[in-house]
Design a protein around this ligand. Structure first.
Ligand code: ADE
Length: 239
């Protein structure tokens, strides 16, 4: 008899617990949360700090901003990982200096058991906590957010929609951006003419093979124009 698997679990470490579930409580992710297809536990970092002490402190060596203290982060993680559901999960630190998040990486996480996510604030987290817990540092793009929370929401949303049973048949995952290494082709719906703009003829032709090749050509055109980096990889994988 197979052991019942725990739902995909996220332990979220944050200084702003009110930000959660936020957007993760709506739409696909929200419905899946209600249906217990995944699980979200929020840990308020501040509650793990001694009375009257601060969670952050000024950086050794000087400079602007404040650094989140290693001892405080360690206390939260030690507590969270006492729960057997969380003990084996990877610890992810959301930071603009992390490895850029890709759909490939999202897939790997969605096939695992979940993650413990540390949302950074201020200038960052004491490097010793990052090293001690072997954190995987992930960035959601080359821009700086005021904290890791919106990044964590993006990351979890992208993973949750790949969990089994979350996306229904009607919202197929097959044709979307990045699946074939290409950005997605354009979409149209009614009305057929709107503000003198017509839907491309081929899409109303009923000729499935032509529709397919038009969509591929459009996906290629858009990828080539917008993402030369993806285009080079795509081209290198042809034939
Ligand atoms: N925190 C601040 N900016 C971020 C980014 N771009 N990615 C992940 N975490 C962040």
């Amino acid at each position: 008899m197979g052991r019942k698997r725990n739902p995909w679990s996220i332990g979220m470490l944050t200084l702003f617990p009110e930000m959660f579930p936020g957007p993760l409580g709506f739409s696909l992710a929200g419905r899946a949360l209600d249906e217990k297809l995944w699980d979200l536990n929020i840990y308020d970092i501040r509650r793990f700090c001694e009375k009257s002490a601060e969670v952050d402190s000024s950086p050794f060596g000087g400079g602007n901003g404040m650094v989140m203290r290693a001892d405080v982060i360690d206390r939260v993680l030690s507590t969270v990982t006492q729960d057997p559901n969380y003990a084996q999960l990877p610890v992810v630190y959301m930071t603009p200096r992390g490895t850029p998040l890709t759909q490939e990486k999202v897939k790997i996480f969605s096939q695992g058991d979940g993650a413990i996510i540390l949302c950074g604030r201020y200038e960052g987290v004491d490097e010793r906590a990052v090293a001690e817990w072997g954190m995987e540092e992930i960035s959601v793009g080359d821009y700086v957010l005021s904290g890791g929370e919106p990044a964590a929401i993006s990351f979890v949303d992208a993973c949750v929609r790949l969990l089994p049973g979350v996306v229904g048949k009607e919202e197929s995952l097959e044709d979307e951006s990045f699946e074939e290494g290409l950005l997605e082709y354009p979409h149209y719906t009614r009305p057929r003419i709107w503000k003198h703009r017509e839907v491309p003829e081929v899409l109303v032709s009923g000729h499935h093979k032509n529709v397919k090749s038009w969509r591929l050509a459009e996906a290629e055109r858009i990828t080539r124009a917008r993402r030369p980096d993806l285009w080079d990889i795509y081209m290198s994988k042809q034939n």
